[in-house]
Write a protein that binds this ligand. Structure first.
Ligand code: PMP
Length: 340
């Protein structure tokens, strides 16, 4: 028998799936780590578990305390499910612009969800600052009653990817991996996997696929944090260098427009039966760019971070896509005739 004693043990060890079209297009092997298969539906289950285990170990999170986090949604879902499994309450602050599906998924975990306006990080009302202030107020009342997970600047996030996601990729490919690419929100995945793979083989190319509207591709390429345009993708992009992103070993960085990433989401669903979210579209577009940089015959790994169902009302809604000036595949129009 191979059983998991609890939810935490069911996180990770996700399959690495060959992406046929991207592979055929480039003459490379392009592989996607199917993180949408985690129990909470995203790669952020790993982040949540890594942060939580570290805080339990250090004593920062005490039995019966309240977990507090600011999140675009997925980390909150992971924390709330782990909280339910391990006896913690969870309070989540989150920008009201995030998908209805993620907000609803959080509510049904039993977490208290506080929707706040979507404002830049420099604004004191940003969701991360609101989470931090809430923890300070709760701990002033009752010391040790709340713990701020702080996924952006708590490097236990990056360390957990370095200890789990990176080595899994190395083992699954038998060490035959030439490049890794992904978008970043906190930077935990890119920095953690990048550091692990470089430790196994310094020759592995690490690349950042940055959505339009994010300042990180410009930061890597010119040293200047500069953003242009915007994106319908969620959970990725940044206007600042987080502690987790700080030490990411990045060899290449590209800014990827929605017009390049969103068609990958539709193609993967219709052509390969893989339903993934918008950040995965950016990741696959980045994998194609990295494969072209390396040339045919190489193996490039990327991340399928969460599922398309989490964005039904956006990525899979013809009217929403048209409103954003994005192409709508004919099959999607046929599937939703009511969304003219
Ligand atoms: N994709 C999705 C869907 C996410 O929710 C996130 C995290 N917010 C990421 C990618 C980025 O991962 P990381 O925070 O490790 O950079």
């Amino acid at each position: 028998m191979r059983t998991c004693p609890d939810l935490a043990a069911a996180i990770g060890h996700t399959p690495l799936v060959r992406l046929r079209r991207a592979s055929e297009l480039t003459g490379c092997e392009i592989l996607g780590k199917a993180e949408f298969l985690n129990p909470g539906g995203s790669i952020k289950d790993r982040t949540a578990l890594g942060l939580l285990l570290d805080a339990e170990r250090s004593g920062a999170l005490r039995q019966g305390a309240t977990i507090v986090e600011g999140t675009a949604g997925n980390t909150g879902i992971g924390l709330a499910l782990l909280g339910a499994s391990r006896g913690y309450r969870t309070i989540i602050t989150m920008p009201a612009t995030q998908s209805r599906e993620k907000i609803d998924a959080l509510r049904v975990t039993g977490a208290e969800v506080r929707l706040v306006p979507a404002v830049p990080y420099a604004n004191p009302d940003h969701y991360a600052h609101q989470a931090r202030r809430l923890v300070e107020a709760m701990n002033a009342q009752a010391p040790g009653s709340a713990w701020f997970a702080n996924q952006f600047d708590n490097t236990a996030n990056r360390d957990f990817h370095e200890a789990t996601t990176g080595p899994e990729i190395w083992e699954q490919t038998g060490g035959r991996v030439d490049g890794f690419v992904c978008a970043t929100g906190t930077g935990g995945t890119l920095a953690g996997v990048g550091r692990a793979l470089k430790r196994f083989n310094p020759g592995v190319a690490i690349a950042l696929a940055d959505p339009a509207g994010s300042a990180l591709a410009s930061y890597i390429n010119t040293g200047e944090l500069k953003a242009e345009g915007g994106s319908i993708t969620e959970g990725i992009g940044s206007s600042r260098v987080t502690a987790n992103f700080q030490d990411a070993p990045v060899d290449h960085a590209w800014s990827i427009p929605d017009s390049e990433s969103v068609p990958w989401v539709h193609d993967l669903l219709a052509g390969e039966g893989l339903g993934v979210g918008g950040s995965s579209g950016v990741n696959i577009a980045g994998a194609v760019r990295l494969a072209r940089e390396l040339g045919p015959g190489h193996t490039v790994v990327t991340v399928l971070a969460d599922a398309a169902t989490r964005y039904q009302g956006k990525l899979l809604d013809p009217a929403f896509l048209r409103g954003k000036g994005l192409p709508v595949p004919a099959w999607l129009d046929r599937a939703f005739p009511e969304s003219a």
